[in-house]
Design a protein around this ligand. Structure first.
Ligand code: AMP
Length: 423
């Protein structure tokens, strides 16, 4: 019996992987331009990191983590996201002692035991950034601008940017109280999950996907009505900065982050064309996170975006990513099976590769016609034919595939000719 991959995971085959590399290269380029340095954290961590850093009451921690006990009896978890690990690394590596702010980015696989569906996987990939050590609204605007720039350069037609402020531990209690007051008469009609949230975390009722709950929360008091002056000012400056950068946004009071360490800005970008899982990215400010992990109070802001959703959005728009995967040249040995020809072709292939060219050769002992066809399929612009007759005169045939023309050239000159035409 053959073995299949685990449901909700994907094989990324070479052609698709070329697209992934192109997208990753763009992300790295933009991060360089914006001044973010890469961080690579382990794929598994102590379970407690996510319990504290993502939050005990979140769906991720309650239902979606791949948690296992290692041979030493410790509880470990495959990372479901990267912010908690980045904050741990910031503390553990004493990055708070370095020049602030510390601006980091990551790209890598994340793991969540969710019900797989279009756009939702169990192993998926996120790119994200984190700014530690800046309380400035410009940091919020900068991370949003970075995500925006990425989608713009890729050609994903304007995503919808939704923006909210969830306040801070100062002003949130008043908002929670106003919400409870508003929802009190309809408490019994809320879904069971939201009934549980009513006392503990009424803000989360605002982002419940249940239609009944959505109706009941229509007209509920917004955070904006209870933001303290500092949070109000912060939000105004974020929106000013976005407008100054020409980034359009929509206010969305349903956009909430349930946990106490999320503060002020919350945002999301959506793409209309990719189905029910339309969130391209989500992020916000989490001034309480580093402290929740045992560090000093440290302001921080960031976001994570799903790479599978990037490809879904590109596909929906029938947009192609430019990749350069075709070889520069195909070395064709003829006739196949002639040891001398084969040796000379192999040596020439090695020489051309050493010169930095991308070179393909036949590994199946195919005939001339079939090798030419294969070279064409690979998209090689040049074919060097190492033929028995030409070889006797230290020559090879250089064929330009586009024009279908070929000429004899000395074998000693092939490399120079190809290098010149490759530049
Ligand atoms: P989150 O970490 O839940 O805020 O998600 C940030 C982004 O990651 C989302 O906007 C999605 O683009 C992507 N994402 C989250 N969960 C999944 C998943 N299970 N499969 C694919 N992409 C996901």
């Amino acid at each position: 019996m053959t073995i299949s991959r685990i449901k909700g995971t994907n094989d990324i085959l070479p052609q698709a992987a070329a697209g992934w590399r192109a997208v990753e290269a763009l992300l790295r380029q933009i991060c360089r331009e914006f001044g973010y340095g890469e961080i690579r954290t382990p794929v598994f961590e102590e379970t407690e990191l996510f319990q504290r850093g993502v939050g005990e009451t979140t769906d991720i921690v309650q239902k979606e983590m791949y948690t296992f006990t290692d041979r030493g009896g410790r509880s470990l978890t495959l990372r479901p996201e990267n912010t908690a690990s980045a904050a741990r690394a910031y503390l553990e590596n004493k990055l708070h002692a370095a020049a602030q702010p510390v601006k980091l980015y990551y790209i890598g696989p994340m793991f969540r035991s969710e019900q797989p569906q279009a756009g939702r996987f169990r192993q998926f990939h996120q790119f994200g950034v984190e700014v530690f050590g800046s309380a400035s609204p410009l940091a919020d605007a900068e991370v949003i601008a970075l995500a925006w720039e990425f989608y713009r350069r890729l050609g994903i037609s304007s995503p919808e940017l939704r923006l909210n402020s969830v306040g801070c531990p100062e002003c949130r209690p008043a908002h929670k109280e106003a919400l409870r007051e508003f929802l009190k008469p309809s408490l019994a009609k809320l879904c069971p999950t939201c009934q549980g949230r009513y006392e503990r975390n009424p803000l989360r009722i605002l982002d419940c996907k249940n239609e009944g709950c959505q109706k009941l929360t229509e007209g509920a008091p917004t955070t904006f009505s209870s933001l303290c002056p500092e949070c109000g000012e912060h939000f105004a400056r974020v929106t000013e900065a976005l407008s100054a950068a020409g980034i359009p946004y929509q206010l969305d009071q349903r956009l909430v982050r349930g946990l106490d360490y999320y503060t002020k800005t919350a945002f999301e970008m959506l793409s209309a064309g990719i189905g029910a899982q339309s969130a391209l990215c989500g992020g916000g400010r989490y001034d309480g996170l580093v402290q929740a992990l045992g560090g000093e109070a440290t302001p921080a802001v960031g976001f994570a975006l799903g790479l599978e959703r990037v490809f879904a959005a590109l596909k929906a728009q029938e947009a192609e990513i430019k990749t350069e995967e075709a070889p520069d040249v195909f070395v064709l040995a003829f006739p196949a099976g002639n040891a001398e020809v084969s040796r000379a072709a192999f040596a020439l292939t090695a020489e051309l590769r050493r010169a930095g060219l991308a070179v393909e050769q036949d590994l199946l002992g195919r005939g001339m016609k079939s090798q030419l066809k294969h070279a064409d399929k690979l998209g090689a612009p040049h074919v060097v034919i190492v033929g028995e007759r030409e070889l006797a005169e230290n020559q090879v045939l250089l064929r330009e595939m586009a024009r279908g023309e070929q000429r004899a050239v000395p074998i000693s000159e092939v490399r120079e000719i190809l290098l010149t035409s490759a530049t």
